[in-house]
Design a protein around this ligand. Structure first.
Ligand code: GRF
Length: 203
């Protein structure tokens, strides 16, 4: 049986689109059951409608407390039998309680080589710092920001001719390859976590 996954996104949704297309073409054998979005103005919503993916739009402002907001999300995840939560540009930290209730089943993509350049501006921070190598990280989510066991990591060399814009384009292109790959490995039960480390088994 295919694993049900939910993608959480607040913005453009290029990773959502890459995952949805891989699932639709069958290269990624999962069922994209739900898009969870907290921003009514996010371009990802139009992408989900076009691809026929069910949407849960939840605004934090509609709930008195973060706990209520998250409980509303968890209820829908349960209703849709979601087994893997895929964070793709969701601009909100999940509470420790949320992380615990989906322990080991939440992943995130970060546009830099963790543990370097955590936070919302990983590409720009790496570029401005002047590093020669940056990249993309897919990791499990734990209670700390940009922190859990690393599943996949791939480097990108920054060229002399790179601008922030050209680097962003290369990072995003890599994300769209790496994220479906990581989800596929999890769906195939090839990712084993022990302590801080995630190990990939098999071919
Ligand atoms: C990506 O760069 C991802 O690494 C970061 O947020 C961005 C989301 O982009 N966490 P998009 O909405 O998927 O285009």
């Amino acid at each position: 049986m295919k694993k049900n996954i939910a993608v959480f996104a607040s913005g453009k949704g290029s990773n959502f689109e890459a995952i949805a297309k891989s699932a639709r073409s069958g290269t990624l054998k999962v069922n994209l059951a739900l898009l969870v979005c907290d921003n009514p103005g996010a371009p990802v919503l139009a992408k989900a409608r076009k691809l026929g993916v069910k949407i849960l739009l939840v605004k934090r402002g509609d709930f008195a407390q973060k706990k209520d907001f998250e409980e509303a999300i968890i209820r829908e995840l349960k209703n849709n039998k979601v087994g893997l939560v895929v964070m793709a540009g969701f601009m909100r930290m999940l509470s420790a309680q949320f992380v615990r209730s989906y322990k080991g089943s939440i992943i995130n993509i970060h546009p830099a080589l963790l543990p370097s350049f955590k936070g919302a501006h990983g590409i720009k921070d790496a570029f401005d710092y002047g590093v020669k190598v940056t990249g993309v990280t897919v990791h499990f989510v734990d209670e700390e920001m940009d922190h859990g066991p690393i599943i996949l990591q791939k480097e990108i060399r920054i060229k002399e001719s790179d601008t922030l814009k050209s680097l962003e384009a290369r990072i995003h292109k890599l994300e769209h390859i790496l994220y479906p790959q990581a989800i596929k490995m999890i769906a195939q039960a090839r990712v084993k976590v022990s302590g801080r480390k995630a190990r990939i088994t098999g071919r």
